[in-house]
Design a protein around this ligand. Structure first.
Ligand code: RNT
Ligand code: ZN
Length: 411
C-alpha cells in the first residue's frame, strides 16, 4: 500500500494523516545521555549507584565527553524530527580537578551548550544525587546528617542555575528532574522523619528564586531500588503531595510502580492536578530493570494518553540503560519506538470512540479499537521518515553496525 492509499483509508475514518505527520514532527523527546555510557558520567570510574544498575558488558561505550557527543549525534541522525538531549550533573566536564557537585556551575557545561548549539538540540537537566561518596549510605536530601543534607541542597540549587543557563543559551525552557535514591533496604522504624527532612531540603532548594519561565522542575517518585527494597522516601504519594504543595511538577517513570499497575491510567489524574506531566519512558521487566522500550501495550497505552491529552502538555524523556547491546542502537530504537506509538495514537479516531463510550456502545467500541490497530500506520510512518530524510525501516541498523565496526570497537 502506498502513502496515498493509506491517506485515503484514514480519511474515511476522519483521520487527516498530513496533520498527524505535522503534529508528530512537533514532538521533541528528550534523549537521555546516560544510555551512552551505562550511567557512568565523567567524574569517577565507579559506575552507577543509588539503587539503579546497568547490566551487560557490550563493547564500545563512550568514555569521554567527545565520544558521548559523537555517539549522540550519530544516533540523532537516524531518528526523525528534532529532539532534546537530557544531561545529568555527573556529565559535567572538568579540566583537571573534578569540581564537586555542590560547586558545579555553568562553566562545567559550556562544551555541552556549544555542542547543543552546533547540533541544533535543546538541553534538559538532572541533578545527580547518586554515584558519590556523600550518597554512599543511600541517603541524600533526607539524610539525618545536616552536613550531608546541606551538601545536596547546594547541589540542587546549582543545578537550577545550570538549567537557567541552558534555557538562556538555547532559548528553550529546561526541564530539571529531581530523583533521589533515598530509602532503606529493610523496614525503617521511622517513615515520617526522612520524608519531613526530604520536604524541608526540597523547600530549601526551591527557595532559590529560579526563573520560572526558564526552568521547569519536577520530582520523580519511585517504588523501590536495588538495596532499597522496603522504603523509598520519595514514594508516589509523597511526590504527589509535595509537588502539589510546592507548585512544581511530578514525574511518572514507567518503571516505578507495581508491575500490575497501569501507569497510563495515572496520566489523566496527573494532568488534572498539575496541568503538565513529566514522563520517563522506560520498560521494567519483572523489576525496574530499565530495558530498552518496545512497542508493547504499556507504551501504546501511555502514548495514547499523551496524544489525547495534548503532547504540548507533556515533557517526555527516555530513561533506560541497557549495557548488553549496542548503545547507539538502544537510543535509536527507543526513540523511534516512542515516535511510532505516538503516531499510531494520532491515527486513532478518538472522538467517535469516546462517543461510543458515552453512549454505552461497548461492543462497537471494542471491535473498532481492535480493528483500528491494523490500519496502515506504517505507511504514514514511512512518509514521515522520508520527509525527515531518515530510514523508514530497519536499514538504519546497518549504519549502526558500520559505526560499531569503524568507531565503537576501536575504543
Ligand atoms: C532511577 C530513575 C532516574 C534515573 C536517571 C538516571 O530509578 O528512574 O530517573 O534512571 O535519573
Ligand atoms: Zn526515571
Amino acid at each position: 500500500m502506498s502513502y496515498k492509499e493509506a491517506q485515503k483509508k484514514y480519511a474515511k475514518i476522519g483521520i487527516d494523516t498530513e496533520k498527524a505527520i505535522k503534529d508528530l514532527s512537533k514532538i521533541a523527546i528528550s534523549l537521555h545521555c546516560w544510555q551512552g555510557d551505562d550511567v557512568g558520567g565523567f567524574e569517577t570510574t565507579g559506575g552507577a549507584s543509588g539503587g539503579i544498575q546497568t547490566t551487560g558488558n557490550y563493547p564500545g561505550k563512550a568514555r569521554t565527553p567527545q565520544e558521548l557527543m559523537n555517539d549522540l549525534e550519530f544516533a540523532l541522525s537516524l531518528i526523525p524530527g528534532r529532539h532534546r538531549v537530557n544531561l545529568h550533573a555527573c556529565y559535567g566536564i572538568h579540566e583537571g580537578k573534578v569540581t564537586d557537585r555542590d560547586k558545579l556551575s555553568a562553566k562545567n557545561f559550556e562544551p555541552w551548550v556549544k555542542w547543543a548549539k552546533k547540533t541544533g538540540v535543546k538541553l534538559d537537566f538532572n541533578p545527580t544525587f547518586f554515584s558519590h561518596p556523600m550518597a554512599a549510605d543511600g541517603l541524600t536530601l533526607s539524610s539525618p546528617d545536616p552536613k550531608v543534607r546541606r551538601f545536596w541542597i547546594k547541589h540542587g540549587i546549582q543545578c537550577l542555575k545550570i538549567g537557567e543557563y541552558f534555557a538562556k543559551e538555547l532559548k528553550s525552557p529546561c526541564g530539571i528532574n529531581f530523583w533521589c535514591p533515598d530509602g532503606y533496604k529493610d523496614e525503617p522504624s521511622d517513615r515520617l522523619g526522612p520524608r519531613r527532612r526530604m520536604a524541608d531540603s526540597l523547600d530549601k532548594i526551591f527557595k532559590y528564586k529560579y526563573n520560572k519561565k526558564a526552568v521547569i522542575p519536577f520530582l520523580e517518585s519511585k517504588l523501590f531500588g536495588i538495596g532499597v527494597e522496603s522504603y523509598t522516601v520519595n514514594s508516589h504519594e509523597f511526590v504527589m503531595g509535595y509537588a502539589m504543595k510546592a507548585k512544581i511538577l511530578a514525574l511518572l517513570d514507567m518503571g516505578h510502580f507495581h508491575l500490575t499497575e497501569s501507569v497510563a491510567d495515572k496520566i489523566s489524574s496527573f494532568l488534572m492536578t498539575f496541568g503538565k506531566v513529566a514522563f520517563h519512558i522506560s520498560r521494567p521487566v519483572r523489576w525496574d530493570s530499565d530495558h530498552v522500550i518496545r512497542q508493547n501495550d504499556d507504551l501504546r497505552a501511555c502514548a495514547q494518553e499523551i496524544v489525547k491529552m495534548g503532547p504540548e502538555n507533556f515533557i517526555v524523556a527516555l530513561d533506560y540503560f541497557d549495557a548488553s547491546i549496542n548503545r547507539v542502537a538502544a537510543w535509536v530504537l527507543g526513540m523511534r519506538n516512542m515516535q511510532k506509538e505516538l503516531l499510531k495514537a494520532m491515527l486513532v479516531p478518538w472522538k467517535p470512540l469516546t462517543a461510543m463510550q458515552d453512549a454505552g456502545e461497548f461492543t462497537a467500541q471494542l471491535v473498532l479499537q481492535e480493528e483500528f490497530k491494523n490500519y496502515p500506520a506504517d505507511e504514514v510512518w514511512a512518509e514521515f521518515c522520508r520527509r525527515c530524510g531518515v530510514d523508514a525501516d530497519e536499514a538504519w541498523l546497518r549504519k549502526v553496525q558500520k559505526y560499531e565496526e569503524q568507531v565503537l570497537l576501536k575504543r
